[in-house]
Structure formats: structure tokens, C-alpha cells
Design a protein around this ligand. Structure first.
Ligand SMILES: N[C@@H](CCC(=O)N[C@@H](CS)C(=O)NCC(=O)O)C(=O)O
Length: 206
């Protein structure tokens, strides 16, 4: 199976962390996509992901799967190792709820700020910016950080007692925020402590 991505980007990082958690990184062939050169917007790439974004998982039978959550679901079920999506009905529901909160309220909000209110990927790729929307999404991301800090006051991981894909999404969101120069508000001590623990995990520290 192949993963089309750009190694250092925040969404591809989610999938790479998931693979590392399962000790399965070497089961995948990584294909570098020239995003800065616009390769992700060519007809050939849009046939793999009509949203024109990385990462994309391509199975050996030719099936293409985009969206990190869907790719992580595949990885979670295809490989042995710690569960990333929860085991019981309740665990799975809570993981998906929190993963989506971390996506819409943090990672995607940072992305919207980066692509709309900063130079983003540069003038060739950011042709349709909406600065006001981007700034609004920065506020959403800051609220998301406050929310996450409150969640982590009562539990060690984003979705409860176990590490999950919700932690991966949140960690990628904070990394993207740092890259986009969104300062994490002062005093979010639970968030800071959790982030330090995450950064030390072998799947993330490398
Ligand atoms: N919701 C998507 C987001 C994918 C995404 O936005 N990927 C970024 C890289 S981190 C991308 O390809 N951006 C290209 C662009 O903005 O033109 C997922 O979960 O995979």
C-alpha cells in the first residue's frame, strides 16, 4: 500500500504517527507529492482525492482513501497494536466525538487561519483567501485550546484514560498552530503537560 503525502505537513503527520503507534511504518511505501508545485491539484491527483489534499492512502487493489480519520481507521484495523479508535461501543463513540472536536475546533481552524489570514502556501496556491474568516478561525482555535485544557484537567488523554486518534489530531493541531505563529494562551498548564507527554511518545519523538 502507498501513502501520498508531504512528510512534514500536519495532516500527513497524523497518519505517520498512527502507523508508528502500530509499528507499521515499514509496511507502507510513501510517495512524495509536490504540493508547492501544485501536483495535488492536477487531474491525476484529483482522481485520487477530489479535495486536492494530502495524505491519501492507496491500497494494493487501487482503492484510494483520503481524510486522516478514515485512513487511521484503516490502519487501526489492518495492523496489530494499541487501539487508536477505542474497543467498546462507548469508547469508539467518545474517541470519534473528541477526534472531531479536535479537528473542527483546533486543527482545521488553524488550517483555515493559515490559508486565509497569512501568506499560507504562497500566492500561487492561496488564490481565494478570506482574511476575516481566517481571523475568526484563529479565535476558534484559541477556544479549542482552552477547551482541551479543561478536558485534560480530569483525564490524561483527550478521549479519556487511553491514548487515541483524538490525541494525534490535537497534537497535530498544536504543532500547526506553532508553525502558523498562533501563540498558545498562557496558563494552560494541563495542555502544556499533556503536550510534553505526547512529544515524548516514541511514535512522535521518532
Ligand atoms: N481533512 C483532511 C485535511 C487534509 C489537508 O488539508 N491537507 C493539507 C496538508 S496538511 C493539504 O494537502 N493542503 C493543500 C492545500 O491547501 O492546497 C484530512 O484529514 O486529511
Amino acid at each position: 500500500m502507498k501513502i501520498y503525502d508531504v512528510a512534514a505537513y500536519p495532516n500527513p503527520a497524523r497518519v505517520r504517527i498512527a502507523l508508528a503507534e502500530k509499528n507499521a511504518t515499514d509496511k507502507v511505501e510513501f510517495v512524495d507529492v509536490d504540493v508547492m508545485g501544485g501536483e495535488h491539484r492536477t487531474p491525476a491527483f484529483l482522481a485520487k482525492n477530489p479535495n486536492g489534499a494530502v495524505p491519501v492512502l492507496e491500497l494494493d487493489d487501487g482503492t484510494t482513501i483520503s481524510e486522516c480519520t478514515a485512513i487511521t481507521e484503516y490502519i487501526d484495523h489492518a495492523f496489530e497494536g494499541p487501539s487508536l479508535g477505542g474497543k467498546t461501543a462507548k469508547e469508539r463513540a467518545v474517541v470519534h466525538m473528541m477526534q472531531r472536536r479536535m479537528e473542527s475546533g483546533l486543527l482545521d481552524a488553524v488550517g483555515a487561519y493559515f490559508h486565509n489570514a497569512t501568506p499560507g502556501l504562497g500566492p500561487d496556491l492561496e488564490g481565494d483567501q478570506n482574511k476575516a474568516w481566517g481571523e475568526k478561525q484563529k479565535q476558534t482555535a484559541l477556544k479549542g485550546m482552552q477547551y482541551l485544557n479543561s478536558v485534560l484537567a480530569d483525564q490524561p488523554y483527550v478521549a479519556g484514560e487511553q491514548f487515541s486518534m483524538a490525541d494525534i489530531t490535537a497534537f497535530a493541531g498544536l504543532a500547526f498552530a506553532e508553525f502558523a505563529k498562533i501563540d498558545i494562551p498562557e496558563g494552560l498548564s494541563n495542555l502544556a503537560a499533556w503536550r510534553k507527554t505526547m512529544a515524548a511518545r516514541p511514535s512522535i519523538a521518532g
